[in-house]
Design a protein around this ligand. Sequence first.
Ligand code: FAD
Length: 405
Amino acid sequence: HYDVVIVGAGHAGAQAAISLRQLGFEGSVAMIGDEKDPPYERPPLSKEYFAGDKSFDRILIRPASFWAERNIDMLLGRRVKTVDAQAHVLTAGDEQIGYGKLIWATGGSPRMLTCNGADASNVHAVRRRDDVDAMMAKLDQINHVTVIGGGYIGLEAAAVLSKFGKKVVLLEALDRVLARVAGEELSRFYEAEHRAHGVDLRTGAKMDCIEVRDGKATAVLMQDGERIETDMVIVGIGIIPETGPLIAAGAAGGNGVDVDEYCRTSLPDIYAVGDCASHANRFARGAQIRLESVQNANDQAKTAVAHIMGKEEAYDAVPWFWSNQYDLKLQTVGLSTGHDQTILRGDPATRSFSVLYLKAGKLIALDCVNAVKDYVQGRAHVLSGAVLDQSQLADSSIPLKEVGL
Ligand code: FAD
């Protein structure tokens, strides 16, 4: 039995454990994770770690010794299979573990293709260290890589691989990359960048299945009959939140586990945080959403822990995110979904610009490419929700913090 059990040793789980001790929680704490490693940063898996610029030790969230020093029991390599919310007991491997409070921080598993050939040995997702290590071990022997999915992860992987000199084909089924998360200006900019770096990037690309020989993918077959020869396939088409045991235990939820403003699920003494938690977000105009970002994982973990410590601090953090591709550093703040207007600030040809998203005249989000100042200064405007002078917003010679009503 532990006073607090954290399920999932990723970003949110790690932050929950850190916050408990920072806030002076003296009870017993265990973290159960199904990966073999202590918590590590996931964003570098498609960036610096994949590129070989950072070793695994450098992406650990805390040094391996940290957890024992804080008296946090790490139960790694174990998967939680069932939760009995009434009895306050869960099963992890063969063991039954009792809890006082449970923090569910299990993230999500990569959505995989369902077509023929999807299970070939050289078809990879990019979610865990093991996924990336398996790819890195093969890179020397391969030349052609097909990336399926033009979201951030697929684009970042394509950028790393093209830097390695691989021939990369990127297939996006929709008519532009980043369609779910960004406006058209940004999508078109990134498409052009990838093509300029030699990536054969195709939108509206409808694949049929994967051709397999001796258990290995040899080509991606398109619906129009084209055969794209390949030595490796990388699939980046989103995640499915890991909520099975909680939903089976009776938690409300659909796409993720539903939580309230304190990250409480509908089950007694069970919180959910991070990628798996579906919550009403002010910056999504109150819509019930899941956010897949380090910001959300950390801030929700802090909210849940504060509540466990008797402080009611509703989750109300402004969303932010980043993506690194080539020498481009994208930083986003706010959520652009539902915008009715965009303003381009600066010239994409200079490779430093921002796309501003407005709804009913209010600045609701910014995508800033190599434009740190816009990112830092725009944040306050997103928070305040004021209606700003649009010609000033569009004028990159006026710092955003000086833009008025
Ligand atoms: P995770 O970090 O996924 O941790 C969940 C852990 O729980 C995992 O170890 C999982 O294996 C484990 N688990 C699941 N089910 C069970 C179970 N039943 N029992 C035990 N353990 C279980 N975000 C950004 O903000 N910026 C970025 O640039 C960025 N880049 C990314 C690049 C990649 C390649 C990936 C994969 C993600 C990226 N993200 C980025 C998203 C970010 O990493 C996630 O939002 C964040 O990791 C979410 O934290 P989490 O704790 O909710 O989930």
